[in-house]
Design a protein around this ligand. Sequence first.
Ligand code: AMP
Ligand code: ZN
Length: 120
Amino acid sequence: MAETEKKADCIFCRIVAGEIPSTKVFEDEVSYAFRDINPQAPTHILIVPKTHIESCAVLGEENEALVGKIFSNIAKIAKEEKLSGGFRVISNSGDDAGQTVHHLHFHILGGKEMGEGLVP
Ligand code: AMP
Ligand code: ZN
């Protein structure tokens, strides 16, 4: 199954549960957004589902409403954060992509010009 309530050893599950402190930016019934602890841009926010899902690689039809909601929340957050000049959304999925936290998350990066390249 792609989605479980909570994984005890998962940092992001623990952040969602309030067991590890975070700087909250946004929350609704299905998702939680907070500032990245090691920002790669002036604005660097992570949005995660409240339920534990490993990565994009395991998403299926049952997650479509959730992922759609996360993306409309991303648009809300970008407005709130005044990223009118543009922003980038990244989701690392698996080892080749350098995923370090194995709980689905979308990086929202902005506040500086990032150029056209996708891979550094
Ligand atoms: P990824 O490499 O795509 O798996 O990204 C994981 C991200 O989580 C990195 O950008 C980390 O800086 C960030 N991160 C790890 N632990 C925390 C934490 N406790 N609070 C906020 N961000 C975190
Ligand atoms: Zn988790």
